[in-house]
Design a protein around this ligand. Structure first.
Ligand code: UDP
Length: 242
């Protein structure tokens, strides 16, 4: 089920239900597109109507980012838990390794994507990573051919946003896989080149502050979020009264 946050669809299904749905979609051979939604992406989509159309047409828009949980609460929505892109990525890797689904990793630097594959194999020894591709190859045709040759069921695309959403939208019909998910900087984290916040910080909803501490230049991205809060308040108290 979806609810709208500033006109953008966000899936309000629980983690467990989502996992079951994805598994059942795979069994039914459905083609699905997963996007992780955070306030920054909502703001981008408000300025880019094509991106908005892509997001609102995706299968599951998971509530990544604590800002989405607060927004849902403010707008009397039903989203209770955060489903981060990286956690869902790991969940899908875990069940893929148990059910022998084939996985393709596309994105990040050549070094990081190789390291990410190594680390995933170490963590999920039965995972079938049938191909990797760094995110800086320009020959699109070759990338698509390689993915199709690999017979992957699941394609993770980590090119940053909105590049990865556009890429999936433009290419998913040409690729014989079922699941397409945009994973942002996940491969950098899995490779070990970027550290995630300790669990206690993640649970407290302060991961954004930790990321700011680690990468101070994110302040320019985060400052834009004040606009997100303003738009939410406007949508709740001003637009609803019209
Ligand atoms: N990236 C890529 N190709 C590009 C641009 C970026 O593979 O042309 C990768 C980059 O190496 C990094 C990821 O995309 O691994 C972007 O990470 P970021 O944390 O900025 O993602 P976002 O916050 O946009 O989800």
């Amino acid at each position: 089920m979806n609810e709208k946050i500033l006109d953008i669809n966000v899936t309000n299904t629980s983690y467990d239900d989502l996992e079951k749905k994805i598994d059942s979609d795979l069994k039914k051979n459905k083609k699905i597109f997963i996007i992780a939604i955070n306030p920054e992406k909502i703001l981008k989509a408000r300025k880019d109507s094509k991106l908005k159309e892509i997001i609102n047409g995706a299968t599951y828009n998971i509530a990544d980012g604590i800002g989405i949980i607060y927004a849902s609460k403010l707008l009397n929505g039903k989203i209770k838990e955060r489903i981060t892109g990286i956690d869902l990525f790991e969940k899908i890797c875990d069940f893929s390794s148990k059910k022998y689904y084939k996985v393709f990793l596309y994105g990040a630097s050549a070094t990081n994507i190789v390291k990410a594959r190594e680390n995933l194999i170490q963590k999920y020894p039965n995972i079938k990573i049938v191909g990797i591709q760094n995110g800086y190859e320009e020959n699109e045709k070759k990338i698509i051919e390689n993915i199709n040759k690999s017979n992957a069921n699941i394609v993770f695309v980590g090119l940053g946003s909105p590049k990865q959403e556009y890429w999936i939208y433009q290419n998913m019909d040409k690729i014989n896989a079922n699941i397409f998910m945009g994973v942002g900087g996940t491969f950098d984290v899995i490779s070990g080149s970027i550290k995630r916040a300790p669990k206690i910080i993640r649970k407290s909803g302060l991961e954004w502050l930790y990321r700011l501490y680690k990468e101070p230049k994110r302040i320019f991205r985060q400052i834009k979020l004040i606009n997100f809060i303003f738009l939410l308040i406007k949508s709740k108290y001003v637009e609803k009264k019209k």
